[in-house]
Design a protein around this ligand. Structure first.
Ligand code: PLP
Length: 424
């Protein structure tokens, strides 16, 4: 397919119907695929020819959406997974086995932190957590001889820190390891991490990519640019006996990493996305560029409005000139960061909870990044067991409200905030 602008690719990349075929990407809701002789199937199993045989390893609906996301990020291939959690797990485990070590930003999403800190640690992988604001020296100090990758988020959830991608990538590459970047919040519409040195990108597609809160999913995207032949990644450069002795770098060249993720890890772990979910995700992707533009515009207006309100103690949004990460946001996400903002309501925990209760349009949900404005008060929900002191240690003020600004008319969103604040 020709290269178009990214908003055009959102609509057209990945699926090109032939003569008389469905205009809209079909849902191929089939676990398996029929062949007229065993030899053809055998060649598929041996990875000697392209085609589908079992949905755990590939499916036409998933394939089209994978190609679309790879095009949006500018990668050589992608793998859809059942959730963002599965994407993070596969992205790291693909190149880091027991005995390995990962340098990881400490401000990453809580679910990813638990996956690494507890589950993958129990599997024998060590993590060193570094500050998102770490200097080059501090980053260098975190590396060990067994370090196999760096993991970070472009825009952290929920603290909204903009990671200095060029610095993190430079340090990872100086140690001859790839950097994996979770790009869930900005999406490729606002940031394409491969352009700043990232080697692998992951997403929770449950967020903006879907955008309607109808499916749970994830994706791993391979830039195809990392040189695996440096002696640190035998799983890619030496024969895999569980797959007829295939050497991934030899057989798949630039797509070695993503092909191994599919043929080895997806085969064994089975965290596959469903064709129906991939279809829903594709519908979301078609309008992603349009929605991101509106989310960012609304979020900036809401943030500026809140910043001027005397019932509000503080506002955190990297698009605000007053924000600590404004310069980094302008560098890496010049068109906007995301629709998520956070702010403190004067009067602490009680005032924040009362404000939330007073909202009529915005709904209280444990989710971000869909087209409906939604809010969460961590202190009285996800983190309610913590004291004010413990909350402060976790970097979450008792007064903090996280708002995922939707794409409704901004005047209705502001009027809702206004009437809820008036009730305090
Ligand atoms: C939600 C989220 C995840 C986890 O994704 P699920 O689809 O919920 O499994 C990972 N990273 C980030 C940044 C997220 O916001």
């Amino acid at each position: 397919m020709e290269h178009y602008h990214i908003d055009t690719e959102c609509i057209h990349a990945g699926y090109e119907p032939g003569n008389g075929e469905p205009r809209v990407l079909p849902i191929v809701q089939s676990t398996t695929f029929k062949y007229s002789n065993a030899e053809t199937l055998g060649r598929l199993f041996d990875l000697k020819s392209d085609g589908f045989f079992y949905t755990r390893l590939g499916n036409p609906t998933l394939d089209a959406v994978e190609k679309k996301i790879a095009a949006l990020e500018g990668g050589v291939g992608a793998l859809l997974t059942a959730s963002g959690q599965a994407a993070s797990m596969i992205a790291v485990f693909n190149i880091c086995r027991a005995g390995g070590h990962v340098v990881c930003c400490n401000a990453i999403y809580g679910g990813t932190f638990n996956l690494f800190y507890k589950t993958m640690h129990e599997m024998g992988i060590d993590f060193t957590f570094v500050s998102a604001d770490a200097t080059e020296e501090e980053l260098n100090a975190a590396f060990q001889p067994n370090t196999r990758c760096v993991f970070a988020e472009t825009l952290t959830n929920p603290s909204l820190i903009v990671t200095d991608l060029e610095l993190f990538s430079k340090v990872a590459h100086a140690h001859e390891v790839p950097i994996i970047v979770d790009n869930t919040f900005p999406t490729p519409i606002n940031c394409r991490p491969f352009e700043f040195g990232a080697d692998i990108v992951t997403h929770s597609t449950s967020k903006y990519m879907d955008g309607h809160a109808v499916q749970l999913g994830g994706v791993v995207v391979d830039s195809g640019r990392f040189n695996w032949d440096n002696g640190k990644f035998p799983e890619l450069t030496e024969p895999d006996e569980s797959y007829h002795g295939v050497v991934y770098t030899r057989q798949f060249g630039k797509a070695a990493y993503i092909m191994k993720a599919r043929t080895h890890l997806m085969r064994d772990l089975g965290a596959q996305a469903s064709p129906c979910n991939a279809f829903l995700l594709n519908l979301g992707l078609e309008t992603l560029a349009l929605r991101m533009e509106r989310h960012c515009k609304n979020a900036l207006t809401a943030a500026e409005y809140l910043e001027k309100n005397d019932k509000i103690a503080w506002v955190n949004y990297p698009g605000l000139k007053s924000n600590k990460y404004y310069a980094l946001a302008k560098k890496y996400m010049p068109n906007g960061t995301s629709g998520v903002i956070s702010f403190g309501v004067k009067g602490g925990r009680e005032a924040a909870a009362k404000f939330m209760g007073g909202l009529k349009l915005a709904s209280i949900v444990v989710h971000v990044a869909d087209l409906r404005t939604s809010v969460l008060h961590p202190a009285s929900t996800t983190h309610r067991q913590l004291s004010d002191e413990q909350l402060a240690q976790a970097g979450i003020g008792a007064d903090m409200v996280r708002m995922s600004v939707g794409i409704e008319n901004i005047d209705d969103i502001l009027a809702d905030i206004d009437q809820a604040l008036a009730g305090l």
